[in-house]
Design a binder for this molecule. Sequence first.
Ligand SMILES: [Zn+2]
Length: 411
Amino acid sequence: MNFWLLVILLILFTSYVLEVVVSLLNIRALNPTLPKEFETTFNEQEYKNSQKYTRAGIRLSLTESSFSTILTVLFLLYGGFNYVDIWARSFGFGQIATGILFTGGLSLLSFMAHLPFSLYSTFVIEERFGFNRTSFKTFIFDMVKGGLLAIVLGAPLLALILWFFINTGDYGWFYCWIGVVAFSTVLQFLAPVLIMPLFNKFSPLENGSLRDKILNYAGQEHFKLQGIFTMDGSKRSSKLNAFFTGFGKFRKIVFYDTLLEKLTESEIVAVLAHEMGHFKLGHIVKMLFASIIQTGIMFYLLSIFLENRGLSDAFFMTETSIYSSLVFFGFLYSPINLLVSILFNAFSRKNEFEADNYAARTTGSPEKLITSLKKLSQANLSNLTPHPVMVFVHYSHPPVLARIEKLRQFR
Ligand SMILES: [Zn+2]
């Protein structure tokens, strides 16, 4: 048996088993007794619902990954990648265009395999728990817009990567690295202006006491804001959220309309203070820097496996090519990717505690952030007792009880 085929099957199998184990642990960690901290927030029924919601989510994601693991293995073993390559080559285009067709074809197949699960998640699970506000029309439009966006942004980026690898020899990985970093930096600036408005409506927050409170707080912390916006998050879901977009003086804060409905004004300021904390404490810059380094390492490793005949043989390819190596390398990189994401998550959880502390310090008390965290958990039916292994592997935010406990220690 081909060595690389063995490695890849082992990777697929191990990551599947890992996911099953983590999910089962997470189900076992569901505690039927409502945590004391939440006795005044959740009633018994809501708490039961939050656990049912967690279970339903885990069951769906386990079904999906069982299905997609089996499908991937069968597709691989029956030479599916080679068939897609034969199709892409049949047009007689050059390497770059053929590469775009090959990758596009595979993406389309993978999209179709995941579509039933995303339909089920939105229209059955989210619906059952009362979150879903997405109409079928919005779902279809999102899909079409997302697809077009993937073509408009993904195809030129892939073309750029292939061009560098074809034309710049041993330093191809380095140029790709610089190119991708430049591409995503430009995108960070364009996304709030060109991309996000395709999916949601953003309107400036109306004049009034909330706006005054926010500007007052931002001014007191010497924080430059280009605008305060509300977003029609209620178009898709009743869940709550808030986030910053843009950099430097282009920074805007965006609140979901659902968040503005549920939280009081001073709670909203506490949420804003937490988000601002991420900027003030340099988290955004550090994360960006770490991901740039990560991208560089990835491209370097990728360059080692370009046009590797053994790796191509593992996928039963007739022809070896740079573009197919990109896809195959993705399989080899997935365990490294998992390790990197575990590291990033750990770093992010630490940052969350720091931003909470920042918010408590600059707003004068932790109380408002605590009550808003509770309201967020209640409205989103968050799992209050995730298993520590689950948190370690997948959570970018600490469990809400840990955050509240830390905030309570604030003096
Ligand atoms: Zn945060």
